[in-house]
Design a protein around this ligand. Structure first.
Ligand SMILES: Nc1nc2c(c(=O)[nH]1)N[C@H]1C(S)=C(S)[C@@H](COP(=O)(O)O)O[C@H]1N2
Ligand SMILES: [Mo]
Length: 317
């Protein structure tokens, strides 16, 4: 995120001219020109031009990313995990994350609160691979083959009461290994939220691995949310607690920066943040620039969740 210092990724257009970015400027401008004709159209055209990643089952590809996979090395070395520091280069520091044993507490408005070990949870679910694009609010994106299970399965296991309207996720805060917790001003531990309808939507996923290996620590081992239609900050990493609650929970970024980041955080190229455009995104690994699509291109699955709501900035920040 952007808070403390201004960084190159704050303003993708004005990025400190990494070479690849500069070289792709002409392509970006061409894409922008096209985008003025309609984001849907250009997004679809781009998607159709990219062959699906090789060697994946139809089920893994049922949400065709329309992009090449991001090299594994980039996914593992370019991260946001503020508990370990504010730079993208936290992967070494994150190796101190203690993941064994790991438990997740399920409580709040459920039939019976319980704590389950990660290993026992894995015995109760059916894991699968899904290739999703991930769009950070900082206007960069990656395309990742995740392993994990449907978030709706987790909700079933939790047995929420009918009075539960929202889920609240809390992630690990361990001062012994997380230097970021010493940064005042942030409302640690990192916490996020979803509506029940969002959490049980077909797209909502719980990630436990990527590239066919257990989740790397820097990517949120051993268990994280993967919500491809929302800005990346909604996808809480290293989850230790899921509470079912009646009222919309306040989130970490909402509390930190309420005029920048909201509860919904659905991707929309039309609504800039206070400080930069969301119209385009920089593809990590290639440095190419592509137009951003509403709901990050996943509207087919999720737009109906918001059909009854006011379609204003609030839904997209
Ligand atoms: N616990 C925790 N979860 C987090 C974050 C964080 O700082 N701490 N950053 C979020 C943001 S802004 C993004 S873009 C993604 C980054 O996930 P990645 O590093 O695996 O790509 O994690 C999200 N989940
Ligand atoms: Mo992000």
């Amino acid at each position: 995120m952007h808070l403390i210092r201004k960084r190159d990724w704050d303003l993708p257009e004005a990025a400190a001219t990494p070479e690849a970015f500069a070289l792709n400027r002409r392509a970006a401008i061409a894409v922008m020109g096209g985008a003025a004709l309609g984001f849907g159209g250009i997004g679809d055209a781009l998607a159709a031009d990219v062959p699906p990643p090789q060697g994946y089952s139809p089920s893994a590809l049922r949400f065709d990313p329309g992009r090449a996979l991001t090299p594994k090395k980039n996914v593992e070395t370019y991260n946001n995990f503020y508990e370990f520091g504010l730079s993208k280069d936290i992967w070494r520091a994150a190796q101190k994350l203690p993941t064994e044993p790991w438990t997740v507490k399920i409580d709040g408005l459920v039939e019976k609160p319980f704590t389950i070990s990660f290993d026992d949870l894995m015995k109760k679910v059916k894991t699968e691979t899904r290739i999703y694009r991930h769009r950070c609010v900082e206007a960069w994106s990656i395309t990742v083959p995740w392993q994990g299970f449907a978030m709706s399965d987790l909700v079933k296991i939790a047995k929420p009461l009918s009075s539960a309207n929202f889920l609240r996720f809390t992630t690990l805060a361990d001062q012994k290994v997380m230097p970021g917790l010493a940064i005042p001003f942030f409302p640690w531990p990192y916490h996020e939220g979803l509506t029940m309808a969002e959490a049980t939507n077909e797209l909502a996923f719980v990630g436990t691995g990527l590239y066919h290996q257990p989740m790397p620590k820097q990517d949120g081992a051993p268990i994280r949310a993967v919500l491809p239609w929302k800005y990346g900050f909604k996808s809480a990493k290293s989850i230790v607690r899921i509470e079912f609650v009646k009222d919309q929970p306040k989130t970490f970024w909402q509390q930190t920066s309420p005029d920048m980041y909201g509860f919904w955080a659905n991707v929309n190229p039309k609504y800039p943040t206070l400080r930069w455009s969301q119209a385009r995104e920089r593809i990590i690994g290639t440095g190419q620039v592509a137009p951003t699509q509403i709901y990050n291109g996943y509207g087919k699955w999720v737009a109906s969740l918001y059909a009854g709501m006011k379609q204003d900035k609030k839904l997209f920040m």
